[in-house]
Ligand binder design. Structure first.
Ligand code: NAD
Length: 257
């Protein structure tokens, strides 16, 4: 069974990795449901553009992944959810004794709790359809740590743990649950940090990328949103039917160090 004709719901998919994943699923023939917390014309236009380019059904549903009821409502409004991709995420960097409580709460809610709520809403639909894939976008920071990112690292480790439990609870069903762990990916968010970092360290763009951003990524290359999308499409394929409860790193060797 291929992903063609299946419906993929991707949280946080009006930019970056989520949008890249949506595009790869649409190219593979899956219908896609895009999401973010905004409700702008350009959000809906993105879905229309994907539909026009690929011929699949693509819709955009506004829902705030920091709110449990809205996470569940996203899946319910999608109507069908064969493939659930929990991708929405934010970051904040501060030492733990100065970490703003509201930032901690938001990161735990958006990066971890949302996956609990969407998975809880999606599993009954997958069971009814007799097939399902849960794919959680964690991070190299779901497997390793860095200073000043306590909330992000707690949330991403939590997502990796929850993925294993979902896999065990669905192990005898045609449903799998896995986490994808990207290293640094060149998204608009990361691109926007380059000029400031160049100024801060008085470095060239090339030096910032190689020696600051990719200091822990042995390949010295960013992963791309297309590679992340392709990895997710693979996890949804028949070839991956026995891959469950594990992580796939797309990190240029980060976790081999
Ligand atoms: P991004 O900022 O481009 O994308 C984040 C997405 O989440 C956006 O679509 C945003 O609108 C959405 N979002 C934020 N808050 C939301 C909310 N409350 N409700 C619904 N949607 C919300 O960043 P990205 O780099 O594409 O990150 C996507 C995922 O990949 C995140 O979970 C991130 O932690 C993870 N990741 C990114 C990298 C990287 O280097 N870019 C590395 C490892 C993991």
């Amino acid at each position: 069974m291929s992903v063609s004709g299946k419906t993929a719901v991707i949280t946080g998919s009006n930019s970056g990795i989520g949008l890249g994943i949506a595009r790869e699923f649409a190219k593979a023939g899956a219908n896609v449901v895009l999401n973010s917390f905004t409700d702008r014309d350009e959000d809906h236009a993105l879905a229309a553009e994907i539909a026009a380019e690929t011929g699949v059904t693509a819709t955009y549903i506004q829902a705030d992944m920091s709110k449990g009821d809205q996470c569940r409502a996203l899946v319910e409004r999608a109507g069908t959810c064969d493939i659930l991709i929990n991708n929405a995420g934010i970051q904040h960097v501060a030492p733990i004794d100065q970490f703003p409580v509201d930032k901690w709460d938001a990161i735990i809610a958006i990066n971890m709790n949302s996956a609990f709520h969407t998975t809880a809403a999606a599993l009954p639909m997958m069971r009814e359809g007799g097939w399902g894939r849960v794919i959680n976008i964690a991070s190299a920071h779901g497997l390793t740590a860095s200073p000043y990112k306590a909330a992000y690292i707690a949330a991403k480790h939590g997502v990796v743990g929850m993925t294993k439990t979902v896999a065990l609870e669905t192990a005898e069903e045609p449903i799998t649950a896995n986490a994808v762990c990207p290293g640094y990916v060149l998204t608009p968010l990361v691109e926007a940090q380059i000029p400031d970092t160049m100024k801060e360290y008085n470095m060239s763009r090339e030096d910032v990328i190689r020696n600051v951003m990719l200091a822990r990524q042995p390949s010295k290359e960013f992963a791309t949103v297309e590679q992340l999308g392709g990895t997710c499409v693979f996890l949804a394929s028949d070839a991956a039917a026995q891959i469950t409860g594990t992580t796939i790193s797309v990190d240029g060797g980060w976790t081999a160090l």
